[in-house]
Design a protein around this ligand. Structure first.
Ligand SMILES: Cc1cc2nc3c(=O)[nH]c(=O)nc-3n(C[C@H](O)[C@H](O)[C@H](O)COP(=O)(O)OP(=O)(O)OC[C@H]3O[C@@H](n4cnc5c(N)ncnc54)[C@H](O)[C@@H]3O)c2cc1C
Length: 442
């Protein structure tokens, strides 16, 4: 997805079409002492799905089958195709809002999206996973078969225990949604974020809500835009009442307000930033002849989970960081994603996904596209490290293992918390020789 890792040149890229191909590639790599990493959708923020050895690419394992109340999908299936297939049956597997992310990475590490507060994280819907292990065996784990592996693959993160080739999911029924978008001027930002952080995480499960604070060019001079957006899965009038509750709490009228009932397919395509696209078009250029999404030149992001309300003084610091160290040619964002609801009613040790007490996730990102200015990457990293330093005065110390951050100091604790020791035991059991390894491998 990100062009910034293109200068890493693997010795070989093995494009697999079946679990047998994957097992053969693993056997070849083992017998020749070649290090290998696996790639499904190629969206690792830290570039951990490429390397100097062998890349085992499972994007060709993308078959999706909806049979009654079970959805089976290959690890290479991308989110737009998963939604397309399941929505034909008025079903969805709760995943995320990027069309080209693949299940291989997403479903092993968590999965946050429009259905998280109502139905839980993607990992909460995994009924079974089939993996090719380091010794070449193909095993299916579920509640009864390899239960320790089944526990670990639901949050342990990609690239750790084996190569996932297929998942079975429990989908959820879906219907029309109230799709809403409210904006406020930048000077109201502290009041909006303060009201939102007390409102969204405690709202009924039917609410999905994010705040985006974005500045198109961080060269200075233009104020960031502030949008509160999301969906309401319940009865529209109740959703509108809840939105009015937010605006009352903010105490300042929004500059714009839209709340429209839309069918699920149109809504998710809009959230994919693919409004009006066909599913075939909502792929990266090169994936198929119709694909229209271009790969990004450069992106860096850092963030973490928040377990409690941030005082207004802290919010002011978080917001001020957005415009700190101006640099022309960078797009900057600060996003808040509301959690709570169904995802937090699962015990932190029921699956390897430990982040069950978070009220919200907040993260900064800097993007440059299509032009990366001279000194752009250093400037973006310097800015984001400063902003992250501010954020880490207020966060819970926990970070999302699907937003891998190569500069995170205590990443083991941050991604896995009290589940770390058990994950290390599972790693020892299934991959004692660390055949599957990368800088932030368990
Ligand atoms: C633009 C963008 C938008 C995103 N949006 C969301 C979102 O809405 N919600 C959300 O929760 N996350 C989101 N993410 C994060 C995403 O979930 C992770 O980056 C995820 O790891 C990507 O999976 P992938 O298969 O596409 O990536 P890859 O780069 O292929 O894989 C990511 C990691 O998993 C490993 N891996 C990949 N496939 C397998 C496999 N089959 N078996 C074992 N290990 C494997 C890789 O080796 C690598 O370490 C987003 C990321 C990006 C870049």
């Amino acid at each position: 997805m990100l062009k910034q890792f293109d200068d890493i040149r693997p010795r070989a890229v093995v494009r697999c079409r079946s679990a047998e191909d994957v097992a053969e590639a693993v056997g070849f790599a083992r017998s020749h002492g070649i290090r290998c990493v696996v790639r499904s959708g190629g969206h690792s923020f830290a570039g951990y799905s490429t390397g100097a050895g062998m890349v085992i690419d499972v994007s060709g394992l993308h078959r999706i089958e909806v049979a009654g109340d079970v959805v089976r999908a290959g690890a290479g299936a991308q989110l737009v195709d998963l939604y397309d297939a399941t929505l034909r049956h008025s079903l969805a597997v709760p995943t995320g809002w990027c069309p080209t992310v693949a299940l291989g990475g997403l479903a092993l590490g968590g999965g946050i999206g429009l259905e998280t507060r109502k139905h839980g994280f993607t990992v909460d819907h995994v009924l079974s996973a089939t993996l090719v292990l380091a010794d070449g065996r193909t095993v299916t784990c579920d509640e009864h078969r390899h239960p320790d592996l089944y526990w670990a693959v639901r949050g342990g993160g990609g690239g750790n225990f084996g190569i996932a080739v297929e998942f079975a999911f429990r989908p959820v029924p879906v219907g029309d949604l109230l799709d809403y978008r409210l904006t406020w001027p930048w000077e109201d930002a502290t009041a909006v974020v303060d009201a939102w952080q007390r409102w969204a995480p405690d709202a009924p499960d039917d609410l999905a809500s994010v705040i985006n604070i974005g500045v198109e060019d961080a060269g200075g001079g233009s104020a960031p835009d502030l949008t509160v957006a999301g969906v309401w899965h319940g009865e529209p009038a109740a959703g509108e009442r809840l939105l009015r509750e937010l605006t009352d709490r903010v105490g300042r009228a929004p500059a714009s307000w839209s709340a429209t009932v839309r069918d699920y397919r149109a809504t998710i395509m809009d959230w994919f930033d693919c409004d009006g696209f066909t599913p075939a078009e909502a792929h990266l250029v090169g994936h198929n002849p119709a694909a229209r999404i271009e790969r990004y030149a450069f992106s860096v992001s850092r963030g973490g989970f928040f377990d409690s309300v941030v005082p207004a003084a802290g919010l002011k610091e978080l917001l001020a960081a957005v415009t700190d160290r101006p640099f022309a040619g960078q797009r900057r964002d600060l996003n808040f994603i509301a959690l709570g609801g169904a995802g937090n009613r699962v015990a932190p040790d029921a699956t390897a996904f430990v982040h069950r007490g978070a009220r919200f996730y907040a993260g900064y990102s800097a993007d440059m596209d299509p032009v990366v200015p001279e000194h752009g990457p250093q400037a973006a990293r310097a800015w984001i490290d400063g902003a992250f330093g501010t954020l880490s005065r207020w966060w819970s110390g926990r970070s999302y293992q699907n937003f891998m951050d190569s500069r995170l100091a205590d990443w083991r604790r941050a991604y896995y918390g009290e589940n770390l020791a058990r994950l290390q035991r599972v790693k020892q059991r299934y991959d004692a020789e660390r055949f599957f390894d990368f800088p932030q491998a368990i």
